[in-house]
Write a protein that binds this ligand. Sequence first.
Ligand code: PHB
Length: 401
Amino acid sequence: MPSKSMPSKSILRPSRRSLIKGAGAATLATTIPTGWAIAQAKPLKLGLMLPYSGTYAKLGENITLAVELLIAEKGGKLGGREVQIVKLDDEAKPELGPQNADRLVKRDGVDAIIGTVHSGVQMGIHKVVRESGTLCIIPNAGANAVTRALCAKNVFRASFSNWQPAYGMGVALAKKGVKKVAWMTWDYAAGNEAGEGFRQGLETGGGKVVQELKLPFPQTNFQPLLAQIPSLDVDAVAAFFAGGGAVQFVKEYKAAGLKPVLTGSGFLTDGTLEAIGAAAEGMETGLHYGDGLDNPKNIAFRKAFKDRTQREADVYAVQGYDSAQLLAIGLEAVKGNVEDEAGLYKAMRSAKIDSPRGPVSISKSQEVVHNIYVRRVEKGLNKVIGIAVEALADPGTGCKL
Ligand code: PHB
């Protein structure tokens, strides 16, 4: 994966210019395309701003591979236009977010951005696209604000809000009668907002988060925090970690032989099971996806993803695929004319995405509405064992669109 922004060769197609050049001089006056016809002949430039290095690298890769899969399934075109991808490694570094997004918008002149994974980096993208009006589809980062008080008509999320999966898992544990829980996380928006959602969910059944244990992102010095757990007298430890950090965390938690059951947002065990191995067996987590979801779309998607990439699909691949599906729905409605903002956003707002995760619609704050499942790790797969909350919408507090 590239470290600088560059066009991806994998889906670059010959330009349409050769067709125009082939027109005979006598017919030029009547056939030369003008205005929108010329714009349409140009490939649509799609910026992928994602982490291709660091603890979230695999997340960025799987999102990318799934976006490319959807575009390939559509014959390389969305809304009748060739798609040219420009990739930028954001390194999951919030401090670089604004300048990286600015580079895609101003230097590369992208028509749309699919990005990113890290909530802090998302806030940088958000600042830039709110100013420029560039269409942005979020394929992972859950930062609550972007579909709440800071919502914008050109920003849609195809993944989740940080509140959603953790709230769902809190509700599921509350229904089981779990009372005292410690929340453990990286200390940044994703983990803290998930912690708040989890607390709210758990309190629906009278449970309490009695302690929060945190370390800076992306540190993995878990031992001093794990050492505090025995004295907390909790029934469960719920956690937010993801990617490479989650692999190490689950392994160390299990190796420590701690009594409280380990649970949390499903990112702990999604895309990580091969690397964690046997230590994850039996873990129950909450998320908007599960490997074995028995719907035709999921079965077809997992096969197509595996055939094309030799990788197992995970929640990140699903979110990348759905981001591209949402873009396709918008572009098809306006026949590739991204300038037709009213038509584009109207179609996207009313989209019903046929997602591998099950039914997905878009809320008024342009956030996905979807089921939160309870999954149990069985034989290296996140098997769905129930629905924690059906068609869960983020509250969208403070969003006026
Ligand atoms: C986030 O930073 O919003 C984030 C990152 C990785 C995840 C989930 C959320 O798996």
